[in-house]
Design a protein around this ligand. Structure first.
Ligand code: NIG
Ligand code: FE
Length: 415
């Protein structure tokens, strides 16, 4: 169903149990046992304790949540959702002992998805990405980041980004696009990475920005991606266009990418398994979010943990995302990522919840509108059939969502 066909959520939502940290101004609050939310014209008009509801709202149509747990709409702040094909063959190769880097150097990896993505039409990409979006929507995702980076040529990067925008319109979902033209070297530029980066900076980036298709600029800074100098060249081009940057940083090795990204005021540095103390200090100073991607860590059977304790001590906000992509994280559950962030990375439950709500919103520059509940924001919230917030991270393979209000409409389930 198209988003505009979903029933309006306008009215008085009663008997809600607000999860800890759900209110915008109160990151560390306990939550509220009997809360109410007033939705008017798709926005939160009022939120607070049910007993404090202003009389003027008492006559509105009512939705009785019957004590359901409520969180802000979830935010998946790092995905590569739009692509052609899949890479189950590489999963088998890795099980037989090949590494991600070896597969990439042998012409597989990202470049094999580039072939399939170039072959697909815009409509085909829209259909396949829509299907993959369903489980995320059904789990309560209300905002998502979608990267390009499987086209690696102007027309194909454009096709991916246009699909990302269309997904947002069709599903009433906030979509932030990241241009990831510097994801891998396309085969036709083999041995000429300087020329390719020039193309990214001089042609692709300005053209796609002018078409309004780019919200942020990302780079894969890695031995099998692009060097620190090439990354900086892309960041300079982004800065010249007034676009914020983010980075696939220190996933397989410490390239010093996080510190560079922080110098450019990065919204986030993502993966960061090999992040150094200098990188952490630079991120803290710049206010960059640390985006943790346990799905990729798990799928690659990585054993080098990101420096969680040091990030926590430094007070760097941590987000958690699916990194959905066909190579290293074919995962379509943000709740599973919460579970893995706790189990594998030792996040606390409140950290994991903030990681898929307020900190994830901040990683996209959406902290004023998403990731927490407040009067004046668009109505994005989720009702859960759960007793306590810890259950969001505790169960896995479970579907505890009862109802999702997305952009002011009852988009999934019923109260
Ligand atoms: O975030 N690390 C680089 N990019 C993706 C993987 C892309 C792929 O293998 O197709 C990631 O893990
Ligand atoms: Fe990624």
């Amino acid at each position: 169903m198209n988003h505009s066909q979903h029933p309006s959520a306008d009215g008085l939502w009663q008997h809600l149990r607000l999860a800890p940290g759900a209110l915008a101004g109160e990151a560390h609050s306990e939550g509220l046992a009997d809360a109410a939310i007033v939705v008017r014209q798709g926005q939160i008009a009022w939120i607070g304790a049910g007993a404090a509801l202003p009389a003027v709202y008492a006559g509105l149509p009512r939705f009785d949540a019957g004590g359901a747990l409520v969180t802000p709409g979830l935010v998946d702040c790092h995905t590569h959702l739009v692509y052609g094909g899949q890479r189950a063959n590489e999963f088998a190769l890795r099980l037989a002992g090949a590494s991600y880097e070896e597969i990439s150097r042998a012409g597989g990896g990202i470049v094999s998805t580039v072939r399939a993505t170039r072959e697909a039409s815009e409509d085909q990409l829209f259909e396949s990405a829509s299907a993959r979006l369903q489980p995320l929507l059904a789990e309560g995702v209300c905002a998502i980041e979608i990267k390009s980076g499987y086209g690696l040529a102007l027309e194909h990067e454009r096709k991916q980004l246009r699909v990302a925008r269309r997904l947002g319109q069709a599903h009433g979902l906030t979509v932030r696009t990241s241009f990831l033209g510097a994801h891998a070297l396309p085969p036709e530029y083999a041995g000429r990475s300087g020329d390719y980066i020039d193309l990214v900076c001089r042609d692709m980036l300005p053209a796609l920005a002018a078409e309004g298709l780019i919200d942020a600029v990302d780079v894969f800074c890695e031995r099998i991606g692009f060097s620190l100098a090439e990354t900086e060249q892309v960041f300079q081009a982004a800065q010249a266009l007034g676009l914020p940057v983010k980075l696939h940083a220190e996933q397989l090795s410490d390239m010093g990418g996080a510190a560079l990204a922080a110098r450019y005021g990065a919204l986030s540095c993502d993966h960061i398994e090999h992040l150094s103390a200098q990188g952490i200090a630079a991120m803290k100073q710049a206010g960059s979010v640390a985006v943790l991607l346990p799905g990729a860590y798990y799928a690659l059977r990585d054993t080098h943990l990101p420096p969680i304790e040091a990030l926590r001590e430094a007070g760097v906000p941590m987000a958690v995302a699916t990194d959905h992509n066909p190579g290293t994280s074919p995962c379509l559950s943000l709740l599973l990522m919460m579970n893995m962030a706790c189990t594998l990375f030792r996040l606390t439950v409140p950290e994991a919840l903030a990681g898929v709500t307020r900190h994830a919103a901040r990683a996209l520059g959406l902290q004023a509108t998403h990731g927490a509940l407040e009067a004046g924001r668009p109505a994005n919230f989720v009702l859960w059939d759960l007793k306590e917030a810890a259950e969001l991270a505790y169960w896995f393979g479970q579907r505890p969502m009862r109802c999702v209000v997305r952009q002011g409409r009852i988009a999934e389930g019923r109260p």
